[in-house]
Design a protein around this ligand. Structure first.
Ligand code: GLC
Length: 536
């Protein structure tokens, strides 16, 4: 478990995810924009102290899936601004030492992408094979049993040509055919386009789905269909062995990696793939045995384990043992697809969650607003936006996408005061939960995040050190971070509603605590419910 041989910004740094629609609206149309982001960059670099930002899609898009339906990969949607705004954003971010990661959406495009318009003109279109078209099954139905993540068949019939096209998400998001070398080349060109404009990395959307079974075989039934976490009964009734993660995906990632590493400016760039995989060996395979695929497959373990200490131990051990030598882990507690941390765990526990996220070994990603403890909002049906929630009640993601709460002013400071309304309602708790008021409160979530981020910056052991789990019992969750010969410290988290004894081995002074009153003092004998400490 050695530190990486050449640690760079994405090993040591913290990533902050911006969902551009909901972060800062400069032009007063109720939707966030690039100018808004530029105006708030100091918040990231100075107030918070993160190292990079990941922008969810801002490309030209009909917004059927809020930007994850791209109609032009190399244009800024006018709703978000212009290419000049983007160039300024990159320059301003770089000036502050912030790296810029953009979303790369390779699995599908919008049905209004010129490629798809051309593809659907007929069976002889030169771009027909850029998407996945098939004849109907003998009974006239869809070619196979694959289902869309958003409900219903993954196939839509095109009357004009008498064939079906594949879409693992909405019918407005037809899947590209990555087995066609022209598609692969065109998408590599998209990567080059953004690297030429100075971006430092790519978050690869639905990365695990770009390679499907070449024979498009039916998925087999799942042994025990389970209406589990974020998965509908329909989706979980199948084993998803043919509609995604075909072994041919590995050469595709190797090529993407060569394109990204091969940019002539030679900068250290980063790719992180959205890989929903909890079999740790399979998950780790996306690094590539020679570390020549993704820099990181996202590790969504904490979304599955919640704050159950036994399960978190399982995830830490699983991740750490499965990674190829030299690979670097990462941890995620929230994003624009998930219920928020406070909503999942409650207020007190969410503070312990912050300590966990920012002290585990690996690159953490913070989702906008989690640092001030924003909560999901129940959106009334008439204001619901997310197509998933509208098709499948209960699965909507609007709750975690409400506007960022900057101040107690009109629209929480997200939009200018005279803006008629914001695209999603602002959470009514904004007068007390907002950046400005939390900055003034040393006991706020934001203050805790700032102390943790400052500690990470000042102690390289938190950035690069090894991790050693301690203790016989799952709770308290205790681990040591060790930078051989240089530094070490302890993290101890009571992930329960009851007081718990601190293991005797945990020694030193409290550097950061969920209870600020402990800071600077000795290690207490017991931790209160959901109390967490960094000790060193
Ligand atoms: C990813 C995105 C999600 C989007 C989906 C389809 O899961 O994170 O927001 O709906 O891909 O592109």
């Amino acid at each position: 478990m050695a530190p990486p041989s050449h640690p760079t910004w994405w090993h040591t740094g913290v990533i902050y995810q911006i969902y551009p629609r909901s972060w800062a609206d400069a032009d007063g149309d109720g939707v966030g924009d690039l100018q808004g982001i530029i105006s708030r960059l100091d918040y990231l670099s100075e107030t918070l102290g993160v190292d990079s930002l990941w922008l969810s899609p801002f490309y030209r898009s009909p917004q059927a899936d809020f930007g994850y339906d791209v109609a032009d990969h190399c244009e800024v949607d006018p709703m978000f601004g212009t290419m000049e705004d983007f160039d300024r954003l990159v320059a301003e971010a770089h000036r502050r030492g912030l790296r810029v990661i953009v979303d790369f959406v390779p699995n599908h495009t919008s049905d209004r992408h010129p490629w798809f318009f051309e593809s659907r003109t007929g069976r002889n279109s030169p771009r027909r094979d850029w998407y996945v078209w098939r004849d109907p099954a003998p009974d006239g139905g869809p070619p196979n049993n694959w289902v869309s993540h958003f409900g219903g068949s993954a196939w839509t019939f095109d009357e004009a040509s008498g064939q079906y096209y594949l879409h693992l998400f909405l019918a407005e998001q037809p899947d590209l055919n990555w087995r066609n070398p022209e598609v692969e080349r065109a998408m590599h060109d998209v990567l080059r386009f953004w690297m030429d404009r100075g971006v430092d990395g790519f978050r690869i959307d639905v990365a695990h789905a770009i390679a499907k079974d070449p024979l498009l075989r039916d998925n087999p039934p799942a042994p025990v269909p389970d209406d589990g976490y974020k998965i509908s009964a329909e989706f979980s009734s199948q084993r998803h062995v043919h509609d995604m993660a075909d072994p041919d995906i590995h050469p595709m990632f190797r090529k993407i990696r060569r394109v990204v590493d091969g940019h002539p400016d030679g900068r250290d760039r980063y790719t992180v793939g959205e890989i929903h995989e909890f079999d740790w060996e399979r998950w780790a395979s996306y690094y590539g045995e020679a570390l020549d695929e993704l820099h990181q497959p996202y590790n969504f373990a904490l979304l599955l384990t919640g704050l159950d200490p036994a399960k978190i131990r399982w995830a830490i051990e699983g991740v750490e043992t499965a990674m190829p030598p030299g690979a670097w882990p990462n941890w995620v507690l929230g994003n624009h697809d998930e219920p928020r941390i406070v909503t999942r765990f409650g207020w007190e526990a969410s503070k312990a969650a912050a300590v966990l996220l920012l002290t585990l070994r690996g690159t953490p990603t913070i989702y906008q607003g989690d640092e001030i403890g924003m909560e999901d909002l129940d959106i009334p049906p008439e204001r619901q936006q997310d197509p998933w929630g509208r098709r499948m009640p209960g699965f909507g993601r609007d709750g975690c996408r409400t506007p960022m709460q900057w101040s107690e002013g009109e629209h929480a400071g997200f939009s200018p005061p005279d803006t008629p309304s914001t695209w999603l309602p602002v959470h009514p708790d904004y007068p007390r939960r907002n950046v400005a008021s939390e900055l003034a409160d040393p006991d706020s979530h934001l203050s805790l995040y700032r102390r943790l981020l400052a500690l990470r910056r000042s102690r390289p052991v938190l950035q690069l050190g090894d991790i050693e789990l301690a203790g016989e019992e799952p709770n308290p969750l205790a681990y040591r971070r060790i930078l051989a010969g240089e530094d070490d410290l302890w993290v101890v988290l009571n992930l329960s509603d009851d007081a718990v004894a601190v293991p005797a081995a945990v020694a030193g002074r409290v550097l950061v605590g969920t209870d600020r009153g402990r800071e600077g003092g000795p290690v207490p004998d017991t931790l209160g419910p959901w109390e967490a400490l960094v000790v060193g």
